[in-house]
Design a protein around this ligand. Structure first.
Ligand code: GTP
Ligand code: ZN
Length: 198
């Protein structure tokens, strides 16, 4: 079942995580029985299930389901794909934009499937570097294009709300395969997305 409806939470997981959140709230010094917090453990349990729902979805299956034979051999770019993920170190959000390009090799892919696989890999406990490579390798191995490129720019809440507390720093990660390993192709791609880079 590739497209699980996110309203369909696993009841056992919800109950289990709910109990744990209740005890975390108490450990943090709050009164988990006060009115405003009564439903919070359950809401948090559902929110965390949604934010990690990517584990249950096969990204390759999403791409495989929408590949079309087409004789188009130029660059295809989908840019400014917003993403929200959780850093695996603090389980705090990092968020930003992904820019994806590929050069078809006989097949194109349904455009919406690229943001869909970004969601699949982002809704896991991640580091930005692995997220970038997960997306890159999935497209490379499934679509087998002549080349693929992924750039992600993101802000990490663990560096903003806590820790080093830097509000304006952003992190850029990138990966290039096939024709994008050539300077000329990579430069063309970077030029086409440059107005969207911070
Ligand atoms: N490379 C990488 N590091 C990340 C990512 N998200 C968070 N981090 C970093 O993970 C590191 C964890 O370092 P630790 O020293 O174990 O944790 P910490 O004591 O909370 O570190 P500070 O954040 O510096 O307070 C921190 O430097 C974070 O900035 C990511 O996506 N990629
Ligand atoms: Zn972090």
């Amino acid at each position: 079942m590739p497209y699980r409806k996110f309203e369909e939470y696993n009841i056992e997981v919800t109950n289990d995580v709910k109990d744990k959140f209740k005890s975390i709230i108490a450990d943090l010094g709050e009164d988990s029985s006060r009115e405003g917090l009564l439903k919070t453990p359950e809401r948090a349990a559902k929110a965390m299930q949604f934010l990690t729902s990517g584990y249950e979805i096969d990204a390759a299956e999403i791409l495989n389901g929408a590949m079309f034979k087409e004789d188009y051999n130029d660059m295809v770019i989908v840019k400014n794909i917003e993403l929200y993920s959780l850093c695996e170190h603090h389980m705090l959000p990092f968020f930003g934009k992904a820019h994806i390009a590929y050069i078809p090799n006989g097949h194109i892919v349904g455009l919406s499937k690229l943001p869909r696989i970004v969601n699949v890999f982002a809704r896991r406990l991640q580091v930005q570097e692995r997220l970038t490579h997960d997306i890159l390798e999935c497209i490379n191995n499934t679509l087998k294009p002549k080349g693929v490129a992924v750039v992600i720019e993101a802000s990490h809440m663990c560096m903003m709300m806590r820790g080093v507390q830097k509000q304006n720093s952003t992190t850029t990660t990138s990966g290039f395969r096939g024709e994008f390993e050539r300077q000329e192709t990579r430069t063309e791609f970077l030029k086409l997305i440059s107005s969207d880079l911070r």
